[in-house]
Design a binder for this molecule. Structure first.
Ligand code: XMP
Length: 319
């Protein structure tokens, strides 16, 4: 891709000019954006870059292992794997308000970066995989009133005390362009083609209180849903698909027994940039297969519903 080859060259020069010989720290979320940003910055400044994978215990099934292996084994880029799930899950205890969750998670990410930066003797720059839609949406909703819909934890709002400047090489790009750049940089297809995953992770897919037990339940349901989507050959036709664990219990019957367990909602949308989205119209037989598997295989869920709301008026994530 000629455009992306040019972009790569230009950005590498820009990053070198901005950073000089200073140290940069980059957070990896498990998503495509931060991975592409990290690989690009590493190409520009080599070991002046330290990548930190903040493992908040709210990743999808197997995701932490995949990120660590991509960086260490595929790219040979040194990576700090910060296992800070206790800090995140402990701190989220008792918090149910969506914005309060987002704010806590954003702040805790900064705390972790700060601690990791200290360990390497300080860093002047923090790198982030912020995209153009992130910049827009954190300011105002397209065509709507000028209010914050959700505070994306990866945009702006760096506490003064941090004393770090931002490196955001993807700030002008849309998702499809980031994917093209990722391919240009040699990222494996399974990584480049991945559905977007929000920085706050599963915390914003567990309305109400988040804890390890609920995160484990959701991870299992989500993995079954995505496995069925892949098996049906639908993964690439969908922008994003995920399960949401609702703070609602309903009565069910399994064999001869009454059950009283949580409801799981499934969401799948098509989109080009995440700013607007349409629901993905699965066949009824597909949805009932997934519902049956989730209820049979995931302890703690006894009912599955499908979210039929487009964006707008719904947002993609539930919080
Ligand atoms: P919404 O829910 O606002 O999501 O319609 C639009 C797209 O953004 C992702 N998203 C986030 N990504 N940090 C991120 O990096 C966040 O805080 C965040 N919140 C939402 C969401 O998954 C969807 O792709």
């Amino acid at each position: 891709d000629w455009t992306m080859a040019e972009f790569r060259k230009t950005k590498i020069a820009e990053i070198r000019a901005q950073v000089g010989d200073a140290r940069v720290i980059c957070g990896l979320s498990g998503g495509v954006d931060s991975a592409v940003a990290a690989v690009l910055i590493h190409e520009a400044i080599g070991d002046q870059l330290t990548c930190v994978f903040v493992d908040h215990g709210l990743m999808r099934l197997g995701e932490a292992e995949q990120v660590v292996s991509l960086f260490r084994n595929h790219y040979h880029i040194p990576l700090v794997h910060a296992d800070v799930s206790e800090m995140f899950l402990g701190g989220l205890e008792g918090t149910t308000d969506p914005e309060a969750k987002r704010k806590f998670i954003g702040k805790t990410f900064i705390d972790v970066f700060e601690a990791e930066a200290k360990k390497i003797g300080g860093a002047d720059f923090l790198a982030q995989g912020t995209l153009y839609p992130d910049v827009i949406e954190s300011v105002s909703f397209t065509g709507g009133p000028s209010v914050t819909i959700k505070s994306h934890h990866n945009v702006g709002g760096l506490p003064e005390r941090m004393n770090m400047k931002l490196v955001e090489p993807l700030r002008e790009l849309f998702k499809d362009e980031v994917r093209a750049l990722g391919r240009e940089l040699g990222l494996p297809d399974i990584f480049v083609g991945r559905h977007p995953f929000p920085g706050p992770g599963l915390a914003i897919r567990i309305p109400g209180e988040v804890n390890r037990e609920r995160a484990d339940i959701l991870r299992k349901a989500d993995a079954i849903y995505l496995e069925e989507i892949r098996n049906a050959g639908l993964y690439d036709a969908i922008w994003q698909a995920f399960a949401v664990l609702l703070p609602v219990k309903t009565v069910g019957v399994m064999g001869d027994f009454r059950t009283y367990d949580s409801v799981c909602a499934l969401r799948a949308v098509t989109s080009t940039d995440g700013m607007t989205a349409d629901i993905y119209p699965f066949d009824a037989s597909f949805l009932s297969r997934v519902a049956t598997r989730i209820v049979n295989e995931v302890k703690g869920i006894n009912r599955v519903v499908y979210d039929y709301t487009s964006k707008p008026p719904g947002t993609i994530e539930w919080e």
